[in-house]
Design a protein. Sequence first.
Length: 326
Amino acid sequence: MSTVKCIGILTSGGDAPGMNAAIRAVTRAAIYNGLQVKGIYRGYKGLITGEIQEFKSQNVSNIIQLGGTILKTARCQEFMTPEGRKIAYDTLIKEGIDALVVIGGDGSLTGARIFAQEYDIPCIGLPGTIDNDLFGTDTTIGYDTALNTILDAVDKIRDTATSHERLFFIEVMGRDAGFLALNGAIASGAEAAIIPEFSTEVDQLEELIKNGFRKSKNSSIVIVAESELTGGAMHYADRVKNEYPQYDVRVTILGHVQRGGSPTAHDRILASRLGAASIDAILEGQRNVMIGIENDEIVYVPFTKAIKNNKPIKKELVNVLRILSI
Ligand code: F6P
């Protein structure tokens, strides 16, 4: 059983819709279980600068529907150094915080893993990123909302693409993961997705052309995942202009619009369940795990398993897209 009395909560890395729902859930579940809660501002930076405030139930009222994060977020360089982490630990001691809930993506959970290795403090991670690139959870907080934002944009672009009979390359986020691009392509009825996971296997543009895309259609939409590996949408547009000048090509980069907006029902429920489960985990004496949901069940995933490129893209999805885009 746990001896934890006060938990600290922070959001870190790229914000994701649903982070506020998670902050609300962690705060209220903690208070419900008799724990004190402290909100740490600007991610790990707040642990270094001491920007910390006690949270009562009212502090998280009326935020479940809001995008972004009321705790603000940052990518903190100082926390990446041993000196920075020492200051962070001293702050935790001073504030009487004896467990930490970190809501963030790959980089943020890597920070939590290193911190937990160096100091004796239970850290619980919640997967908060639009990229969906954390292993051990079916989806991450923010991914569903971002996917729906992509659909909204692609549906609109299709109107103009069809009218002008053009080929559009639409770049979506995902850092080095193709989940947004691939599922965005399936859901929007796009002709293809170019994703980093397959960039070393085949020349994805040649495959597209070889498979006769646009033969029977008057417009085409190709979703490209941002990534150094794919080269992004501009790279493919330039190639088509040079190698297949018969196509009238345009590019749209959706950018940070994908990170904003009110979270979908899926993301609110996911964040609420994960947030409540993080307090159960702390009370059970769990430490240094990410909470995920797999097959509708709460699971505890060791940080080392959750982070960095462990989550595979299903080949089946690639096939579905290929078959349905003929
Ligand atoms: O990790 C979330 C994410 O939105 C990625 O998809 C993207 O590559 C990155 O953050 C952008 O980061 P920033 O907002 O710092 O430009």
